[in-house]
Unconditional design. Structure first.
Length: 200
């Protein structure tokens, strides 16, 4: 497999957690954001779209415009920092504390094995696609961002991931390996407690 980049989205409002710094919340003694960045430690560059406070050294930081504009706007901001030669990118939410390097490698291997799809991402046990736990072809994502920006008169703020991925060929990957599901995200205090139990 060739090298890859990583874009981690950390700019959400965390309304269900009272507007706190959700990616900075600890699971297993580490901030969720840092756990995700560790899972892609072999990526270059690693780009965090969100607040810069506490971000590990070596990670590039940018912000979506407007701040809090949603995951599509954040995706667009992250892609602008990639080298034109970048071919694949892991696009990840910053609240995936159970994500591991091995889980990312499964996605990268699946994408590399087939020239057809524009991206691969995990699907949960109910078959729901998790687009912010996936690996994508950079050219495909850039084209999708450009199309959506044109459709929305230049603004990506508030756009849904579903609208971004319209027209792309996506392979959903179930998690069949040992260990907890890498797609598990933490939106509530109960989710944090469950994640903490899994990491013990």
């Amino acid at each position: 497999m060739t090298g890859y980049a990583a874009v981690v989205l950390a700019g959400g409002a965390a309304r269900r957690m009272g507007g706190t710094d959700k990616p900075g919340r600890l699971v297993g003694g580490l901030a969720m954001r840092d756990r995700v960045l560790t899972a892609v430690a072999d990526a270059w560059p690693r780009i965090l779209v969100g607040p810069a406070a506490g971000v590990p050294a070596g990670v590039w930081v940018t912000r979506e415009r407007p701040s809090g504009g949603g995951p599509v706007a954040a995706t667009g901001a992250g892609l602008t920092l990639l080298d034109p030669a970048s071919r694949t990118v892991a696009l990840l939410a910053a609240d995936l504390p159970l994500l591991t390097g091995a889980a990312v490698a499964v996605l990268r291997k699946r994408l590399a094995a087939d020239d057809g799809p524009d991206g691969v991402c995990y699907a949960d046990t109910d078959g729901r696609r998790q687009p912010l736990c996936g690996v994508w072809r950079v050219a495909s994502l850039r084209s999708a961002v450009h199309r959506l920006r044109q459709d929305r008169a230049g603004s990506l703020a508030g756009a849904s991931m579903r609208s971004l991925l319209t027209g792309l060929t996506v392979v959903d990957v179930p998690w069949r390996e040992a260990g907890p599901p890498p797609w598990f995200d933490c939106d509530t205090e109960d989710d944090l407690r469950r994640a903490e139990e899994w990491t013990r």
